[in-house]
Design a protein around this ligand. Structure first.
Ligand code: NAP
Length: 292
């Protein structure tokens, strides 16, 4: 373990920019990893309001900040400031990780890695299957990208509170990935039981059920789920959402958002440091922190 006098002229700074930023767990996870690997890095949160992006980036370059995560409201607005954009970030249309390589900013979307790693154990079951994605925001776009590109699913139902946004997403992926196997629905639970039941995989990519609204769920109808299904919730606070509890009660296999969160962080960590994050140890420390 490093001592507190480790921070010096050689310390490399990594950060996260967003607004608000106080709820981010990223500083915790990366600083745990830096300490476990005894690396001379520090990860800091930077509260950057919507109109402050350009100045913040200028400052980061001037200070030689090695890299940073990007969260709301900058995930899309940052594109014009980047010199190079990875394939997955370009298609998803959102950046969550930037690497500063000698003053040149490269943008990535490591949420996609988090999703792929979370679903990988089920890849044979998902291939060619009918799946349902709840949500039509940034997380849903990353999920749909991975489902089409990596898992080669057969058909995607998109359910969203604002049905128009679901429609827009369908058109977006039709043009970006030439994938047309979509059906869209609005969020009216009684009508959705059959949509859920006929899906091999259900992914919640909304903030419904996130702390403190832990009693919210896209469906509370038990019959929506069965033991043949896989149910993935991208939310990681709480670790087990109401949706996952109901699905688990019906025998479905469930995946929580913590795995995705750690795997996206691990990919960003590797892009910045060139080293693998010790994910098992980081996860253990993070869980004990979340439970404390
Ligand atoms: P976003 O772009 O703002 O999209 C939010 C989505 O949630 C929209 O589809 C929105 O529906 C829906 N929604 C929000 N509140 C709702 C409610 N009360 N009832 C029904 N639908 C509701 O946000 P995002 O970036 O996609 O993030 C979504 C969730 O993913 C967040 O909880 C975030 O923490 C989580 N996330 C997790 C990870 C991870 O690593 N595990 C990574 C990224 C994001 P409308 O279109 O109708 O507004």
């Amino acid at each position: 373990m490093q001592s507190l006098n480790k921070f010096n002229h050689n310390t490399k700074i990594i950060g996260v920019i967003g607004h608000p930023i106080k709820h981010s767990f990223s500083p915790l996870i990366h600083n745990i990893a830096f300490e476990l690997l005894d690396q001379n890095y520090i990860y800091l949160p930077f509260d950057v309001p919507i109109n402050g992006l350009k100045d913040a980036l200028k400052g980061m370059l001037a200070l030689g900040i090695k890299g940073f995560n990007v969260t709301l409201p900058h995930k899309e607005k940052i594109f014009p400031f980047l010199k190079e954009i990875s394939d997955e970030a370009g298609i998803v249309g959102a950046i969550n990780t930037v690497v500063n390589e000698d003053g040149i900013l490269h943008g990535y979307n490591t949420d996609v890695t988090g999703i792929v790693e979370s679903l990988n154990p089920y890849k044979d079951e998902i291939a060619g299957a009918t799946v349902t994605v709840i949500g039509a925001g940034g997380a849903a776009r990353a999920v749909i990208f991975a489902l089409i590109r990596t898992f080669k699913v057969g058909h995607i139902n998109i359910i969203n509170r604002t049905e128009q946004k679901g429609e827009s997403l369908k058109e977006y992926f039709s043009s970006k990935m030439l994938y047309n196997e979509f059906k869209t629905y609005s969020l009216l639970p009684p009508d959705l039981v059959e949509v859920f039941r006929s899906s091999k995989l259900i992914v919640n990519a909304t903030s419904m059920g996130m702390s403190p609204e832990i009693d919210d769920s896209a469906t509370t109808i038990k019959e929506s789920f069965n033991s043949d299904q896989i149910v993935f919730d991208v939310i990681y606070t709480p670790i087990k959402t109401k949706l996952l509890k109901i699905a688990e009660g019906q025998g479905a296999r469930t995946i929580n958002g913590l795995q995705m969160f750690i795997e996206q962080a691990a990919k960003s960590f590797e892009l910045w440091t060139g080293e693998k994050m010790p994910t098992d140890k980081v996860k253990k420390t993070l869980i004990s922190y979340l439970n404390s």
